[in-house]
Write a protein that binds this ligand. Structure first.
Ligand SMILES: [Zn+2]
Length: 437
């Protein structure tokens, strides 16, 4: 036999005994309305997903796949809200994963191509059979609160930036977003919802939808990103631009943020976000008004941030962030600082600094809204009342002049003046006139 012939024979023998694919691991992220199961594999998975009942199960068959050595499927199922247990076993040349469910769930499976830091992924989103209610507010009442949707960037498979001290953007910004929401909820006339409430990914489009469905008056996306240079630091505020980015950092960040859907894992990703109806009708009609409202809100937040931290840029920057593309809800993106700067990364993970930053964002939002409260809100109605001189406040225990002034967004001086107060002495039961701000 010639050498060439031996070689040819070798090529013709199919590699029956070798597996094409290796199961690397199984991870889970629990969102309020679904559980995401992520199966990491060495190559694109050939799979079948189906359900069985009595007890309810979801079966995932991975064809031509073997588990990596030491793989223990049960670990992923420990302490889960909707899943009782995870089992797995080899079946011929395939591998079968079984998710034992607490209640029947509807699986939606799709695979994702590698995007750093992830390799090939098979995603199975498990939804309840009756659709879970989104966080929708009750119908607006007279004197309603101003509603702010606070969005913690990234989440789940998308860690966002990772600092030298290993802190992940998705965790840091969720902490800061929670503090912002708490601060707003404490303010009279304001309430807040968190767009993301745990460690799971939400698509950029879905984030806007949550804000719109809740009828938010403002959408604030909170980030703490990385730049290619570690020396860059300071907070910045961005709004949407359709004419290109106002700086190199803005362009860089927008490009990175817009990749989030690929990393976080969205089945059908359209990064250019083209929706002909949205573009031709809504954008033209309301984008301009919305854009200037976004810039005004951004300015107020930036000014307040400048009191507590270094600013990266002293004006509101603009770039094509997909997450800010709501045509009807003013939207801003707050970069609380850069995790790529070691000193700032340390500060951003500390409670004291997080409190300062979130307090400043709350003050900025309050200042913006008090200057131009949306119609129908308590603040708007009170402003009308104040113009007529009909708003009164009755002193209760613990009140001080400066606190009352702050609550109504006016200076202590103008409160004193409106009431002919010579000093800050007030008594319980005393009635004060509240002047317009
Ligand atoms: Zn980010």
């Amino acid at each position: 036999m010639s050498k060439a012939f031996v070689f040819l024979l070798f090529l013709l023998v199919p590699p029956v005994l070798s597996h094409a694919n290796t199961l690397q691991g199984v991870r889970m992220h629990e969102a309020p309305d679904h559980t995401r199961v992520v199966v990491d594999t060495s190559a694109r998975a050939d799979y079948q997903v189906f359900t069985l009942d009595g007890p309810p199960r979801v079966v995932i068959d991975l064809q031509g796949t073997q588990a990596r050595s030491g793989f223990d499927p049960s670990v992923a199922g420990v302490g889960r809200k909707r899943i009782e247990a995870v089992r797995g076993a080899a079946r011929g040349g395939d591998y079968r994963l079984v998710l034992e469910l607490k209640n029947p769930l509807r699986p939606n499976a799709f695979s994702l191509a590698p995007v750093a830091p992830h390799g090939h992924r098979l995603v199975i989103d498990l939804y309840g059979t009756s659709k879970a209610k989104p966080a929708v507010r009750k119908a607006p009442k007279a004197d309603r609160d101003i509603l702010v949707a606070v969005d913690a960037g990234h989440g789940g498979d998308d860690p966002g930036a990772i600092a030298a001290n290993k802190k992940r953007e998705k965790d840091v910004v969720l902490q800061i977003a929670r503090r912002i929401a708490d601060g707003l909820n404490e303010l009279e006339g304001f309430s807040a919802i968190l767009v993301r409430r745990g460690d799971y990914y939400i698509s950029l489009r879905k984030r806007m939808e949550i804000a719109r469905e809740a009828r938010a008056d403002l959408f604030v996306s909170v980030h703490a990103d990385a730049f290619k240079s570690a020396s860059v630091d300071g907070a910045s505020v961005y709004t949407l631009s359709d004419r290109g980015a106002s700086s190199e950092t803005a362009r860089w960040l927008a490009a990175k943020e817009n990749q989030a859907d690929l990393i976080g894992g969205v089945g059908d990703v359209s990064l250019d976000d083209k929706d002909p109806v949205l573009r031709s009708v809504l954008l033209d009609l309301s984008m301009d008004a919305n854009r200037s409202a976004s810039i005004e809100a951004g300015k107020a937040i930036l000014a307040a941030l400048g009191d507590v931290t270094k600013l990266h840029k002293h004006r509101v920057e603009q770039a094509g962030f997909v997450v800010l593309k709501s045509p009807d809800v003013p939207s801003v993106l707050v970069e609380t600082g850069y995790l790529s700067n070691p000193a700032e990364a340390r500060r951003l993970s500390q409670r004291e600094h997080q409190t300062k930053i979130s307090g400043a964002v709350v003050r900025g939002i309050a200042n913006y809204m008090r200057a131009a409260p949306p119609p129908g809100t308590l603040l708007a109605n009170r402003m009308t009342g104040r113009r007529d001189g009909t708003v009164r406040y009755t002193i209760t225990r613990g009140d001080t002049v400066s606190q009352i002034a702050e609550r109504f967004g006016i200076s202590a001086g103008s409160l004193r003046e409106a009431n002919d107060l010579k000093n800050d002495r007030i008594r319980i039961g005393q009635v004060l006139k509240i002047p317009p701000s």
